[in-house]
Design a protein. Structure first.
Length: 291
C-alpha cells in the first residue's frame, strides 16, 4: 500500500482501522459526488430514514487530518450497523478487502474543477491546515483569491495525482467483482436507476413500496435542503451545508475556461489513461468489464 501525505489527508490514518466484512468504501476524486453517494448508500442502509446520526458523522473520511485519528477509529468501532466510509486516495493507497465493497464515483474533471473553485472559496479552515503542512514540510493548499485561471493552473498541475491518477487507478481495477464504477452524469440522468444498481451491488434489498421515498431523499435538491440528514457543515464552510453542496450542476466551465486551457486539460486526460477510460470520465455510462 503506497503512502500519500498532503496538507489535507494522510494514508497513515489507516493505521488502527479495524475492518469488518461488508464494509463499504466510497472512493472519489474531490468534488465528484462524494457526499451525494455517501447519502445514497446511507439511505440504502437505513431505507426508512431512521439514521442514528447525520451522514457526515456516520461516514467519515478515513484519511482527513482535521479529526483526531483515534477518535475517528473509536467512532467507527462503536457503530453496530453496516459501515460506509469515504476516501480521496488513489487505489494503490488504500487497503483492499475481499469481503468489502468499493464504489468509485467520478465526474468530468472540468466540472470537478468548477466545483473545487466554490469549495476553496468557501472553506474556512484552509489556513489551519496549511500552517501545519508548512511545519511538516508538505506543500500547502492554494487559497482561491478570485482568479479562476490562476487557480486552474494550480489545479491542472497538481491533479496529475489528485484527479487524473486517481481516476486511472480505479479504472485499472474495474474488473474486480467488489468494485463498482459510478458516474456523476448517470446519477443526474437516472438517480433511481443508479440507486437500484448500487443497491444490487451492495446486496441490499429495498421494499418496493418505499423506493420512492428513498430516492426522493437522495435527490440533490432535497439533500441540499436537509441539513439534519447530511450534517451541519458550518464548522468548515461559509454558508454551511448549502455552501458545501453548492449547485451539483455540469457544464459551467464552458463559459469560464479558455480554448487553450481546455486543450491542456484534454492533453492531461488523454496522457494519463486509456481512451476508453478518458471517454468514461467525460461522459459516464457503465464501463464494460474485460472478459
Amino acid at each position: 500500500m503506497k503512502s500519500y501525505n498532503t496538507a489535507v489527508y494522510t494514508t497513515d490514518r489507516w493505521q488502527g482501522f479495524k475492518h469488518r466484512a461488508g464494509d463499504i468504501f466510497i472512493c472519489t476524486p474531490a468534488k465528484c459526488g462524494t457526499t451525494w453517494t455517501q447519502t445514497i448508500v446511507t439511505n440504502l442502509i437505513f431505507p426508512n430514514g431512521d439514521f442514528p446520526a447525520p451522514v457526515m458523522e456516520l461516514s467519515p473520511w478515513i484519511e482527513m487530518k482535521m479529526r483526531p485519528a483515534d477518535e475517528m477509529h473509536a467512532a467507527l468501532e462503536a457503530q453496530t450497523h453496516r459501515r460506509v466510509m469515504k476516501s480521496h486516495t488513489p487505489a494503490d493507497g488504500i487497503p483492499w478487502f475481499d469481503d468489502a465493497r468499493y464504489v468509485f464515483v467520478c465526474r468530468d474533471g472540468r466540472d470537478a474543477f468548477m466545483s473545487m473553485v466554490n469549495h476553496m472559496d468557501r472553506m474556512i479552515f484552509t489556513d489551519a491546515l496549511n500552517e501545519q503542512a508548512i511545519k511538516d514540510g508538505i506543500p500547502p493548499m492554494p487559497n482561491f483569491e478570485g482568479d479562476v485561471h490562476a487557480f486552474f493552473e494550480h489545479w491542472l498541475g497538481s491533479s496529475d495525482e489528485q484527479f487524473f491518477k486517481l481516476a486511472s487507478s480505479y479504472w485499472e481495477r474495474k474488473d474486480q467483482s467488489n468494485l463498482l464504477l459510478v458516474h456523476f452524469n448517470d446519477l443526474k440522468k437516472d438517480l433511481g436507476g443508479q440507486m437500484r444498481r448500487i443497491a444490487g451491488f451492495l446486496d441490499i434489498e429495498i421494499p418496493q413500496a418505499i423506493w420512492p421515498d428513498v430516492i426522493s431523499r437522495c435527490m440533490f435538491e432535497n439533500m441540499r435542503e436537509n441539513e439534519a440528514m447530511v450534517g451541519d457543515m458550518s464548522f468548515g464552510f461559509k454558508g454551511g451545508t448549502k455552501g458545501f453542496l453548492f449547485k451539483g450542476s455540469n457544464g459551467r466551465w464552458r463559459d469560464v475556461l479558455s480554448a487553450e486551457e481546455l486543450k491542456r486539460y484534454d492533453e492531461h486526460l488523454n496522457a494519463s489513461m486509456p481512451a476508453a477510460a478518458a471517454q468514461w470520465v467525460t461522459e459516464g455510462g457503465h464501463p464494460t468489464r474485460s472478459s
